[in-house]
Design a protein around this ligand. Structure first.
Ligand code: CP
Length: 317
């Protein structure tokens, strides 16, 4: 059994598809007048956020409440972390209060892994984004969104075989890109990453992707989906491109590039979006944009992950 969700690399194709299918079940329950399910009644889950978040934190909270769990929201800002309390002391303090599961976002890559490995607390850990490492529930909700859009009512039990996905932008700092690359590959999609050379990580030859610096050349070829990434200025300690205008001209989904895209191409962005920088408003708000579907589907996918990990359902074994 896999008792935690730390990385999409840990998921087999069968496990990933099973999670997407459970997400579809959760979406069906979300369409009912009474959206609540009793699955996690009596369980207490802490959302431990050492980094800012809107979508992930709130959708985990909605997902937990839909599953009838009791929810504790912890933000490092405003807690005793601000007085210097260590990560370990924070965790053992929560442990003594009787927590049954931890959802963690942390600026340090590896923090959720550390939590799962150490004996500070013995409960399921779900990674809600760690540094530049992974954001597995974001990748699962992206895969769910692509699958649902492409195959509609016949999506169940399918992967993403043959889907051509282009991921554009700040690959270097993007945990979303890393989780997506592994999961898309596991599900049978082909992935091309496009970025300025300065925003590509070393060791890309080990990843299951094609690499390009030329967005116009890539978009001139057939593709099914374009995933734009946020430029993560808060993680940049150097100048990775001359200025915002140059970045946008080379690697942004500008109005002009958007108009050249086929209307069948699905547009994704994990949010928050820097409108006018990596993506134009015309593209973000277009009919073919799935940005709001991603947000809505995030609740169902996180319900599926919480349910599977906290109840030890077969999918994770
Ligand atoms: N996509 C995502 O992780 O957004 P938040 O930072 O708002 O959670």
């Amino acid at each position: 059994m896999i008792p935690h969700l730390i990385s999409t690399r840990d998921l087999s194709r069968e496990q990933a598809i099973a999670l997407l299918d459970i997400s579809a079940d959760m979406a069906e329950s979300g369409a009912r007048e009474n959206k609540k399910l009793p699955a996690l009644r009596g369980k207490t889950i802490v959302n431990l956020f050492y980094e800012d978040s809107t979508r992930t934190r709130i959708s985990f909270e909605v997902a937990e409440k839909r599953l009838s769990a009791d929810v504790i929201n912890f933000s490092a800002k405003g807690s005793s972390v601000a007085k210097g309390e260590s990560f370990k002391d924070t965790i053992v303090t929560l442990r003594e209060m009787g927590v049954d599961g931890v959802v963690i976002r942390h600026p340090s890559s590896g923090a959720p892994h550390l939590l799962a490995e150490r004996d500070w607390i013995d409960v399921p850990v779900i990674n809600a984004g760690d540094g530049t490492h992974e954001h597995p529930t974001q990748a699962l909700l992206d895969a769910y969104t692509l699958r649902a859009k492409r195959w509609g009512d016949s999506a169940r039990s399918k992967g993403l075989d043959g889907l051509r996905v282009v991921i554009v932008g700040d690959i270097l700092h993007s945990r979303v890109a890393r989780s997506n690359i592994w999961l898309l590959h596991t599900l049978g999609a082909t992935v091309t990453v496009v970025a300025p050379p300065t925003l590509l990580p070393p060791g890309l030859s080990e990843w299951p992707v094609s690499v390009s610096y030329d967005l116009d050349a890539v978009l001139a070829q057939p593709c099914d989906a374009v995933m734009m990434l946020r430029v993560q200025s808060e993680r940049m300690r150097a100048a990775y491109f001359p200025n915002a205008h140059e970045y946008s001209a080379g690697w942004g989904l500008t109005l002009e590039r958007f108009h050249r895209l086929s209307p069948d191409v699905m547009i994704l962005h994990p949010g928050p979006m820097n409108r006018g920088f990596e993506i134009s408003s015309a593209a973000a708000d277009a009919t073919q944009s799935l940005v709001l579907d991603q947000v809505a589907n995030g609740v169902f996918v996180r319900m599926a992950v919480l349910y599977s990990v906290l109840t030890g359902t077969e999918v994770m074994s």
